[in-house]
Design a protein around this ligand. Structure first.
Ligand SMILES: [Fe+2]
Length: 192
């Protein structure tokens, strides 16, 4: 079927996002289970609850428009989640949290792109309330992404160091390099 108007495109974007959220709701418990760090698993648990509310918002917006939220399969999210679960399955325990963060941030950025577009369409079409609901979700996705970036600062360095000691490289030189990596990571944090 041809999409003829911006409103039809808007509805399709909403349905796509709804499918993405449903897939994330299914995938997050597996990521939570695979996490080693308590901080990472509680951040993901919190995001699971937020995600359920985000899906409800799309239901409300679609209801107002007299449209069904379930009509599309978000193939992009399906691919991102499959890639993430393959990655997490294939990594050693030492780097698993870093891999989970890498996968989760791809998902967040994909969602941010979709919500930014949908919010802009809602504004153009004069759906003010929907635009502010979509804006709220967009802000939540940005927050989740920032939380993951903050956790990555610590967990990526841990993965780096664990890899070194696993390789038996924990010589004095290696430790110095680790300390330098930690220093530059915290410099990065200050600059951000
Ligand atoms: Fe979401």
């Amino acid at each position: 079927m041809t999409t003829n108007s911006l409103q039809e495109l808007y509805v399709e974007q909403l349905q796509d996002l709804y499918s993405a959220e449903q897939q994330i709701i299914k995938a997050l418990p597996k990521m939570i289970e695979a996490s080693q760090s308590d901080e990472l698993s509680s951040a993901l648990k919190e995001h699971l609850e937020v995600t359920k509310k985000q899906a409800n918002r799309i239901e409300t917006i679609c209801q107002e428009l007299g449209e069904e939220p379930e009509n599309e399969k978000c193939k992009g999210m399906e691919g991102a989640l499959r890639e993430g679960s393959d990655l997490v399955k294939d990594v050693a325990e030492e780097v698993r949290d870093a891999a989970i963060i890498a996968a989760a941030q791809r998902v967040e950025h994909y969602e941010m792109a979709g919500y930014g577009t949908a919010r802009t369409y809602a504004n153009l079409l004069g759906f003010e309330e929907a635009a502010s609901m979509l804006e709220q979700t967009l802000e939540e996705e940005k927050e989740a992404d920032q939380t993951l970036s903050d956790l990555a600062e610590e967990l990526n360095v841990e993965a780096l160091e664990a890899g070194r000691s696993a390789e038996g490289e924990e010589t004095e030189q290696g430790t110095e390099r680790g300390a330098r990596a930690k220093k530059s990571a915290s410099r990065g944090k200050r600059a951000a």
